[in-house]
Design a protein around this ligand. Structure first.
Ligand code: PEP
Length: 246
């Protein structure tokens, strides 16, 4: 899977223009699951323009209640209604700026799965946590608490070291593999050997010129891309890193 996280970028007309340009660039790609996560306001128009294509739609967040007096929130059913296949949950920006915790992440994952949405769970350590040798401890906590009482392996996990997001500082392929291998082991402790089927994406300053060196690693099963996904040519180059259109 290669997924684009647009964050708070693009109006509806910019979304339409992007998709019109992007789809022909990736139309022959069949060996990568391509996912776009535009902001909520662009989901409906994106769904309309992606219909019948090889590109799936994701939202960037969801609330855990089905409906009710929760001003500003969006329910899993509303995301299904605009044809989202996936939802990103626990992105570090939501944890950092909007009070997301492992407990709220857990509630959101349960609600999303119940509604039949695929979940892309984001985890990752800050620079301070890495420098104080707490990377594995943090990842273990985020996995164990985020996935508490969840008994399906229909998940995608994105390892996104916070220090690599939007900084231009990519984890080395070795750092990514080390973290992904650890994550796989933790997932096995929860889901057994089924965890081999869980895709673990790397995210953090992925670009056309570093995607291949990351993807070559055993436990790197895809990428979650922010900045470099905002232009159709650079995102399509990432999607097609291995000649995926041939
Ligand atoms: C992200 O926000 O998920 C991300 C990985 O951003 P960037 O690619 O810009 O580092």
């Amino acid at each position: 899977m290669i997924a684009a996280n647009w964050k708070m970028h693009k109006t509806t007309s910019e979304t339409r223009e992007y998709i019109t340009e992007f789809l022909p660039l990736v139309k022959d790609v069949s060996d990568v699951e391509i996912v776009l996560a535009p902001p909520f306001t662009s989901l409906a128009i994106a769904a309309k323009f992606l219909k019948g294509s090889n590109v799936k739609l994701a939202a960037q967040d969801v609330y855990w209640e089905e409906k009710g007096a929760f001003t500003g929130e969006i329910s899993p059913l509303m995301l299904k209604d605009v044809e989202c296949s996936y939802v990103i949950i626990g992105h570090s920006e939501r944890r950092q700026y909007f009070g997301e915790t492992d407990q709220t992440v857990n509630r959101k994952i349960k609600a999303a799965l119940k509604a039949g949405l695929g979940v892309i769970l984001c985890i990752g350590e800050t620079l301070q946590e890495r420098e104080s040798n707490r990377t594995f401890e943090v990842l273990k906590r985020q996995i164990t608490e985020g996935l508490k009482d969840i008994n399906t392996d229909a998940l995608v996990v994105a390892y996104e070291p916070v220090w690599a997001i939007g900084t231009g500082k990519t984890a080395t392929p070795e750092q990514a593999q080390e973290a992904h291998q650890f994550i796989r082991t933790e997932l096995k402790a929860i889901f057994g050997n089924e965890a081999d089927n869980i895709r673990i994406l790397y995210g953090g300053s992925v670009k056309p010129d570093n995607i291949a060196s990351l993807m070559v690693k055993d436990d790197v099963d895809g990428a979650l891309v922010g900045g470099a996904s905002l232009k159709p040519d650079s995102f399509s180059a990432i999607v097609k890193f291995q000649g995926g259109d041939s």
